[in-house]
Design a protein around this ligand. Sequence first.
Ligand SMILES: Nc1ncnc2c1ncn2[C@@H]1O[C@H](COP(=O)(O)OP(=O)(O)OP(=O)(O)O)[C@@H](O)[C@H]1O
Length: 266
Amino acid sequence: MNKFILKWHEISERPLKIKAQISQKYTIKKLLGKGSYGFTYLVDDKQGTRYVLKQLRKYKMLDDHGRASFQREADILKTLRHSAYPAFYEQFEEDGRSFILMEYKQGFTFEQLIFNENHIYDEKASFYHLERILEIVRPIHNLGIVHRDLRIPNILMNGNEYYIIDFGLARKVSDKKSNEEVNEILAKQLFREIAFKSDFYALGHFVLFLLYSGYEPETRKSRSWEDELELSVTSKKILRKMLQLDEPYHDIEQLLMDVKLFNGGI
Ligand SMILES: Nc1ncnc2c1ncn2[C@@H]1O[C@H](COP(=O)(O)OP(=O)(O)OP(=O)(O)O)[C@@H](O)[C@H]1O
């Protein structure tokens, strides 16, 4: 399909309507997200239990790559089985549409916490959250999986619990053959390379979002984060490595150790 036709399909396909019934079991309550891959809904079953239902766009179903990445997300969710990530429930097709049903994780995303709830994070709080999040990234990396989308809308908090969602871009690092191709194309997009350091790079930006939540510019001139934020030498060092400005961290244990030392936990 040429690019124009693909775009036309993307724009013209509408999400399912609120109150629509799927698989005779689930009712659509809300559209949570709309991406190029498909739609994400909040649904409930007849007992009123909430779930998240992901739908692959119809034209993506005709495309091997689209189907494969949707399947990869289902497979990765099935593999993970940890309370920090949505549990996989089922996968089905209906009316030529493909769906994945997963656990709904209740909480606020860090995007909501910063931009809607106006939370402000100082250096101490930011690195505390980073440590807690790294603890739940560790099991993913230990399974040889890179998330590749650890952004503020994909990390949630509820009380003392942290969750990671949206495994749509996650890949196995051992998936060498297909990865070589992807890595070549994406070599310049530091957070999409299929390597653990991509997740650290994304989390470096995540920490900058937290740190900038309390930033009041003194001048109109924009400066680098190192000049704008008042940070300790150690946290700058950690961030520079995460952001691949210095020799990057290659495995999570090195990074976690530095963050724990900084937080005074070791
Ligand atoms: N399992 C889940 N539990 C709770 N909320 C979820 C879950 N999955 C997705 N969401 C919510 O739905 C939103 C959109 O879902 P998702 O990330 O899958 O789609 P997206 O279109 O790729 O969005 P984004 O670009 O924000 O990542 C998320 O930002 C989150 O608020």
